[in-house]
Design a binder for this molecule. Structure first.
Ligand code: C5P
Length: 233
């Protein structure tokens, strides 16, 4: 069975990325590489990581442009066969559909409302319904257009589950193990087990695992395994 934990490989150092993946490979099958990594190492860097590790890639490029441009961009990364490729749901139906048409084996993954935006920020931008209702609406529109996965806050899982097909994969960051003492910029968090119980399929977790790198590969491997075990109950 595929591990429910996706490791956020938030580093632009290639050897560090490789070492984190090697250290955690026994408990993790999918690694999230983002714009910073892609802009630094390009498609070749992604391909190298995927080939060396045999793992799947969550390519977090958050594409957002006119449909034709997004279709071309998604087509460029399609040969990498990332398991997930993110686009902004706010690009609209035609843009999400264009991305979906451009890929062959990839789940187009719609990002709803960035959790960095407050209800006040959203109102300022003209979204008057608040983050929860806006995220659920964007998830419905994006999945109608061909997105097969959604990224959302753990606090939006239930509202989104209620309006998208059961086959849609829900992926959530903002997850923190109960025993994690390090405080960082994630504010409204849930434990991995809570998020899965609410209906998430995958959890994107970074620092609770990667911060253990300073204690060595074995400590990092143990932390990843412990988090995966905590979900099994
Ligand atoms: O280190 P941490 O577990 O907070 O990492 C979470 C990952 O998920 C980071 O790569 C972060 O950019 C990403 N993310 C997030 N919140 C969102 C969307 C993505 O933390 N709403």
């Amino acid at each position: 069975m595929t591990s429910p934990v996706i490791l956020a490989v938030d580093t632009s150092d290639f050897d560090t990325a490789r070492a984190w993946i090697n250290a955690t490979r026994e408990s993790i099958d999918i690694y999230k590489l983002g714009l910073e990594f892609y802009l630094t190492f390009g498609s070749q860097g992604i391909e190298t990581i995927a080939k060396e590790s045999g793992a799947s890639i969550f390519l977090d490029l958050k594409l957002h442009d006119i449909p034709n441009t997004v279709k071309k961009a998604a087509g460029v990364v399609d040969p990498l066969h990332p398991r997930f490729l993110t686009v902004h749901a706010t690009g609209g139906t035609a843009m999400v559909a264009a991305a979906a048409q451009a890929v062959t084996q990839t789940s187009i993954t719609a990002v709803t409302v960035l959790t960095s935006l407050s209800d006040g920020d959203l109102a300022q931008l003209g979204y008057s319904s608040g983050a929860l209702a806006t995220a659920a609406n964007l998830a419905r529109v994006a999945t109608d257009a061909g997105a097969t996965s959604i990224v959302c806050s753990p606090y939006e899982i239930e509202a989104i589950r209620a309006v998208v097909p059961a086959t849609v994969q829900i992926i959530t960051p903002g997850v923190r193990p109960a025993d994690e003492s390090v405080s960082d910029d994630q504010v409204r968090t849930m434990t991995p087990a809570q998020a899965i119980a609410l209906g998430a399929n995958f959890l994107v977790i970074g620092r609770p695992i990667t911060s253990r790198w300073s204690q060595g590969a074995t400590a990092m491997a143990a932390r990843a395994a412990q988090i995966v075990d905590s979900i099994k109950g």
